[in-house]
Design a protein around this ligand. Structure first.
Ligand SMILES: [Zn+2]
Ligand SMILES: [Zn+2]
Length: 344
């Protein structure tokens, strides 16, 4: 080894040791944290002038992957912010994406399976703390009032503690409980630029279950919720720019079911088998999407939840390159009156 390399190596070792020592020093830690917090506070995303969809959860309950929260998609424009379902871990994704909780328009539920509603209380609290002055509205088909009443009751004491601690000025008590809005399938919400329509889907025996179509300044996105491939959904989705669709990877599911049965875990194997008849087999979706004139098909609510790149690849088996698998924190941007879709 040359003398030069020896000296360089020694310098690197000394700097590493000094760095390690400094990292344990309180003033250095404080300075690093100050810089980090300031960077976080100063990095609010710019408002996109158009229709933006943020993936705040792409998983189903089957399979545990900490990189994928359960079902949640955010539909954001300069004037609107809707959350479609708020499954477990999605409040963390919503915070990471720095979504504008101070101006949450409403939560739209597709149905009331736990993986679509588990985050309701955290989303309610986060938007209340962010300055919401009226009750958070939770839209859904028949049954939403039962879900909302239950959450409101379970978190009644929590709301009381927080108002007592932070004061009514910061947390207006009337804005604490959520408000259920029950609808029949059809027009759900409308203003000059945005129309939200709900669509009956096939998630039997969970009835009713709906998907949603959002139309905004010449652009459109459809979110299926949990469903088999449904003629009703694809009819309502005709000509949409993007459809986010529930998706089941049959080959992966079969391997899981066989492995569970072989391992003697028969009740879990039975659950896996039951699941397969009320989600959409990926192989049925592309043709239906193309026939309906849909520009971009994106698979989300992935059954089973992919754990790694191998199972992600298996999910897209037999599909064209054009169909995408959603990832948490992915953002789809649709400028108004255009055909452009950018993904980041
Ligand atoms: Zn479901
Ligand atoms: Zn689900």
């Amino acid at each position: 080894m040359s003398r030069y390399l020896k000296i360089t190596g020694a310098v690197v070792v000394v700097l590493t040791i000094l760095g390690g020592v400094a990292y344990r020093a309180a003033p250095v830690q404080d300075a690093l944290m100050r810089t980090g917090v300031a960077a976080m506070l100063g990095s609010a995303p710019e408002t996109f002038d158009g229709l933006q969809i943020v993936v705040c959860g792409s998983a189903s309950p089957l399979g545990n992957n900490p990189d994928r929260a359960q079902a949640c998609l955010a539909v954001v424009t300069p004037e609107h912010f809707f959350l479609v379902d708020v499954g477990a871990r999605s409040p963390m994704r919503i915070a990471q994406a720095q979504l504008p909780m101070n101006r949450l328009t409403a939560v739209m539920l597709t149905h009331f399976h736990s993986d679509h509603i588990a985050g309701l209380a955290d989303v309610n609290l986060a938007s209340w703390v962010a300055g919401r002055q009226a009750s958070m509205q939770v839209y859904g088909p028949q049954g939403v009032e039962t879900v909302v009443a239950g959450f409101n009751q379970a978190y009644r004491l929590d709301r009381g503690y927080r108002v007592a601690h932070h004061g009514e000025g910061l947390l207006p008590p009337s804005a604490g409980p959520m408000k259920a809005v029950t609808f029949q399938p059809g027009l759900v919400w409308q203003d000059d630029d945005m129309t939200v329509t709900s669509i009956l889907v096939d998630h039997h025996p969970i009835d009713p279950a709906v998907g949603y179509r959002f139309d905004y300044r010449g652009r459109s996105v459809v979110i299926s919720g949990d469903t088999n491939a449904s003629d009703n959904l694809f009819a309502a989705a005709a000509g949409a720019d993007i459809v986010f669709h529930d998706a089941l990877a049959r080959d992966s599911l079969d391997i899981m079911q066989n492995a569970l049965a072989k391992a003697g875990r028969s009740s879990f194997a039975q659950i896996v088998a039951d699941v397969s008849d009320y989600h959409a087999d990926t192989r049925t979706l592309e043709e239906a999407a193309t026939a309906a004139g849909i520009e971009q098909l994106v698979l989300y609510h992935l059954v089973p939840t992919p754990m790694n790149s191998l199972t992600e690849t298996m999910f897209l088996r037999g599909l064209s390159d054009k169909t995408l698998l959603a990832h948490d924190l992915q953002i789809f941007e649709l400028p108004p009156e255009s055909e452009e879709i950018s993904i980041r």
